[in-house]
Design a protein around this ligand. Structure first.
Ligand code: FAD
Length: 377
């Protein structure tokens, strides 16, 4: 990487590189066993925290590493080059729940939860999508009824990643059924061991069972767990999604470039498609272009403190690049594309990066409306 780094940034890169050399675990993250995966992620998070690298972009006053966006990028590039683990089960807490609490949580909520995210003590999951509300998130029907000082929650969420190993959930519920649909929602912190909350894993083709349905049967959640005011949850949820669409997937973008590099050796294997080299070049260009867009997004974060609407462009480019690389990988490796090694893990995970945080069509709608000023219809 040559970003014309300053002397300080180069010194930071050298420190990170030296630290990674001696700390990256020798064993890969265990696949298929979620509890073991959680243990592995937490152990790595403890190492990071001890070295001052927990919560890379979180401000220091909240216990984070307080890195600048460029330092954060350096950290991700060096981590990927060193084969360091990704956030795994800690993704939701570190990448968007924590940042949302920093932005919109009360000091009490921040004190209660942020240190536990940074130390790896609490795993978070995201309870936004429902069977009838994915892209159209404002259609959620899971209801929260105020009863004295608690919110009584009844309904169902779906596609909740890692719910079965999570301690907390960022949960979006409808608290005012009479209000216009964007105005009657609340964003609340749920404890996953609350009586009335039941998690049922969904078996998928990827066979890692991390997706779940979550059912709520009059689960009682203290009202003080509402983040960003009762009935103001849409605004809080948009903050969450802006982090999820912004720089949250930076590490994965660095890994996508590695995945393309890893495919180079298969391009002239016997049995490779005749246009394999040209397609590899296109895949490589797509991954590089995505990375360049992320750099742009980083400078936006530096100016505005939070990813703006351009985050949707990065999200869309991520989906395109993942698709181009994924198709090439399948054509080059056949069934091995799916199951054999780190490359295969990337192939299986591509769908999370394509659909999670909003599908490509939804990002196109957002770009049309918010950046190009096109009419909603
Ligand atoms: C691997 C993975 C992990 C996930 N993890 C979580 C999680 O942890 N927590 C969570 O809450 N959710 C999670 N999700 C859910 C994800 O956010 C939803 O899948 C996504 O929002 C799409 O919703 P849907 O699946 O209901 O599809 P739908 O909204 O039903 O969309 C179906 C198709 O219609 C298109 N479409 C819908 N509306 C429009 C429109 N207005 N204009 C144009 N096209 C449209 C979509 O683009 C899509 O192609 C995860 C999803 C995946 C794949």
């Amino acid at each position: 990487m040559d970003l014309l780094l300053t002397d300080d940034e180069r010194a930071f890169r050298d420190r990170v590189r030296a630290w990674l050399e001696t700390h990256v675990p020798g064993e890969p993250r265990p696949l298929g066993d979620l509890a073991a995966g959680r243990e592995f992620d937490v152990a790595w998070q403890r190492e990071l925290a001890a070295a001052g690298y927990a919560g890379l972009s979180w401000p220091r006053e909240y216990g984070g590493a307080g890195l600048s966006p460029v330092e954060e990028l350096i950290f991700h590039v060096e981590s990927a080059a060193a084969g360091a683990p990704d956030l795994g089960t800690l993704f939701v807490g570190l990448a968007h729940a924590g940042p949302t609490l920093i932005h919109a949580g009360s000091p009490e909520i921040q004190r209660q939860f942020l240190p536990r995210i940074l130390s790896g003590e609490d795993i978070w999951c995201q309870g936004f999508s429902e069977p009838g509300a994915g892209s159209d998130l404002a259609a959620i029907r899971t209801k929260g009824v105020v009863d004295g000082s608690v919110l009584v929650v009844t309904g169902q969420k779906i596609w909740t990643s890692y719910a079965q190993v999570a301690d907390r959930q960022e949960l979006l519920v409808r608290t005012d059924p009479e209000a216009p649909r964007h105005q009657g929602l609340s964003w609340v912190v749920a404890d996953m061991d609350t009586p009335g909350i039941e998690v049922r894993p969904i078996r998928t083709a990827a066979d890692d069972h991390h997706l779940c349905e979550v059912f709520y049967d009059e689960a009682r959640i203290p009202l003080e767990r509402v983040v960003g005011d009762l009935n103001n949850g849409w605004r809080t949820a948009m903050t969450t999604l802006s982090f999820e669409r912004g720089t949250a997937f930076l590490a994965e973008q660095v890994r996508l470039r590695q995945r393309v590099a890893g495919l180079a050796e298969y391009v002239d294997h016997p049995g490779a498609p005749p246009d394999a080299a040209a397609r590899w070049a296109r895949a490589s260009a797509a991954a590089d272009a995505l990375f360049a867009m992320s750099l742009r997004s980083i400078s936006e974060v530096r100016r505005m403190g939070q990813p703006g609407p351009a985050a949707s462009m990065v999200k869309l480019a991520t989906a395109d690049a993942e698709r181009v690389v994924g198709e090439l990988q399948m054509d080059l490796l056949g069934p091995d594309a799916v199951w054999v090694n780190e490359l295969s893990r990337g192939w299986r995970e591509q769908f999370a990066y394509i659909f999670g945080g909003g599908t490509p069509e939804i990002q196109r709608n957002l770009i049309g409306e918010r950046m190009l000023g096109l009419p909603r219809n």
